[in-house]
Design a protein around this ligand. Structure first.
Ligand SMILES: Cc1cc2nc3c(=O)[nH]c(=O)nc-3n(C[C@H](O)[C@H](O)[C@H](O)COP(=O)(O)OP(=O)(O)OC[C@H]3O[C@@H](n4cnc5c(N)ncnc54)[C@H](O)[C@@H]3O)c2cc1C
Length: 490
């Protein structure tokens, strides 16, 4: 295979996964990355002496990460130190706080104390959703380049478990009656950038997997995963060219023949893999006229995920707050509708706070902490002038931190700070600032999501959150594996 050259556009988790598997299988792999470091949205952000993850902080389904390392002939544990998180996270509603653990008896005790009588629902949730997960997992691992994949044995067997027409939130009504308790098992829709009231019920597999298998922290931050993958690519002889942006995919007679870099250099390839944000790539990387299905006008009409407003704070203090905590807005449903439907900034935001220094001493100087705050917000179809309201949104988040956590004096302890708004995400080539890519509605899943073997151009493949199986690290690793297998098959 050494004579077969694969060019990969972007060193995000999707591109790196495909790269390490293909390099291991003997392909000549060249990855071109526009940034000065690998990882994409899963890269390190350094501020002063503080180390943050720019994006992902939750690692679930670690076994899928282990699988792709094994396909690359490696053990993830030889490159990365994993900490299993127990409790996984704290959920705060103002009047109650639940420490969510994978110890189901302990979790039942907590449910019983906050929602008496509802604890029985947990066993039902785990029993019934396990079945759904077992039916759906093989479907997520398949390639959907051909419609016939929708009629496969696995899909036919999973069909009754898709609960078509039902939302994640309504599905949870099978197990729990309290709205707050249902929110505890449906807020995970935010991992897909969706509202639990709109997210398909099939995605109940996400909270199931979390409760069944738990979540992990990676020492030094989850960005270390991308850095480890980059090492594996290079150990197998692949090359990663940082600060090298691809300007165009070179297409002749409907077939990708290589790429042109912004510097003008042309690189020929037997296959091109696109890891750049899907919609951004469609809008910028092809000569006008090449694409028919994913034209700018057509893309604009598609539903996209929400965006995120980020605060990264280097503090000269480490507060006794949980590793992961979610503080729900007093009216969570209204907050979600503001994001997904009305496209405005809520008076009360929900925030996610990551205080990883309580687990990991390597992120900041002793006694200090690198606090990461994420507020899901509407994407840039809203027309909101984020630079104009940035200070106001920051102040709102600060008020929540000061009044709902032990961090009442936080403002006196900020040494370093960075704010990232949806405008900044878009500047970083994330289409519409929609950080979790195309929405995950049924009309954009499986065969209906952009295919791993790109349907518009031959010898061109897609990896990353904008293609099948979807946004989120485990599914992105799967996209890299599926595309690598397709290239090998070809
Ligand atoms: C704030 C945030 C929090 C998240 N939290 C989680 C989480 O906790 N758990 C989870 O599982 N997932 C999470 N995600 C979702 C997802 O896992 C990450 O976004 C992931 O990094 C996406 O990977 P990717 O491979 O699709 O693309 P990206 O990470 O976007 O990588 C694409 C790469 O392509 C490069 N590129 C783009 N254009 C070009 C070009 N023309 N030439 C060369 N290179 C180019 C980019 O610079 C980038 O490095 C989160 C995402 C965000 C933004």
């Amino acid at each position: 295979m050494g004579d077969k050259h694969v060019v990969i556009v972007g060193a995000g988790p999707g591109g790196l996964t495909a790269g390490m598997i293909l390099a291991r299988r003997g392909f000549k792999v060249s990855i071109f990355e526009k940034n000065d470091r690998v990882g994409g949205r899963n890269r390190t952000l350094e501020l002063d002496r503080y180390i943050f993850d720019l994006g992902p902080t939750f690692l679930m389904m670690k076994f899928l990460l282990d699988d792709v390392f094994e396909l690359a002939g490696r053990q993830s544990g030889d490159y990365l130190h994993f900490d299993f998180l127990d409790p996984m996270y704290a959920l705060n509603f103002g009047d109650k706080r639940i420490e969510v653990t994978t110890d189901h008896e302990r979790l039942k005790q907590q449910i019983a104390s906050h929602f008496p009588g509802e604890e029985k629902g947990l066993d039902e949730f785990l029993r019934i959703e396990k079945r759904r997960y077992e039916k759906m997992e093989p479907c997520l691992k398949k390639d959907y380049s051909q419609f016939s994949a929708m009629l496969s044995k696995e899909m036919r067997s999973a069909l009754p478990y898709l609960s078509l027409g039902k939302s994640l939130f309504s599905n949870l009504g099978r197990y729990f009656t309290s709205e707050q308790l249902r929110i505890c098992f449906t807020f995970q829709a935010k991992y897909l950038g969706m509202s639990p009231w709109l997210c398909p019920a099939a995605f109940t597999i996400i909270p199931y997997v979390e409760h069944a298998h738990g979540i992990w922290h990676v020492r030094g931050g989850l960005s270390r995963i991308s850095e480890a993958m980059a090492r594996v690519v290079e150990e197998h002889g692949g090359t990663i060219h940082l600060n090298h942006a691809v300007k165009r995919i070179l297409v002749k007679n409907g077939t990708a023949e290589g790429v042109e870099l912004t510097g003008g250099e042309k690189i020929t390839a037997d296959a091109v893999v696109i890891n750049a944000d899907f919609a951004h790539a469609m809008n910028t990387l092809f000569e006008p006229g090449v694409l028919k299905k994913y034209t700018p006008d057509r893309l604009r009409k598609r539903p996209f995920s929400c965006s995120t407003f980020m605060l990264y704070l280097g503090l000269d203090k480490c507060y006794p707050e949980p590793h992961h905590a979610i503080h729900f807005a007093p009216d969570y449903r209204k907050n979600i509708e503001d994001i997904a439907v009305h496209k405005r900034v809520s008076e009360n935001l929900s925030i996610y706070v990551r205080n990883a220094d309580v687990t990991d001493p390597t992120l900041s100087p002793e006694g200090h902490s690198a606090l990461y705050v994420l507020a899901p917000v509407t994407n840039n179809t809203s027309g909101i002038d984020w630079p104009k309201i940035q200070d106001q949104v920051r102040a709102q988040i600060m008020t929540t931190l000061k009044t709902r956590t032990s961090m009442s004096d936080i403002e006196q302890h900020i040494i370093a700070e960075r704010v990232i708004t949806p405008t900044d995400w878009e500047r970083d080539d994330v289409y519409l600032g929609a950080t979790f890519n195309l929405a995950h509605n049924i009309g954009q899943m499986l065969y209906f999501r952009p295919h791993n073997k790109f349907e518009e151009v031959d010898r061109c493949y897609l990896v990353g959150g904008g293609t099948h199986p979807g946004s989120g690290l485990p599914t992105i690793y799967e996209s890299g594996r599926i595309s690598a297998d397709l290239i090998c098959g070809k």
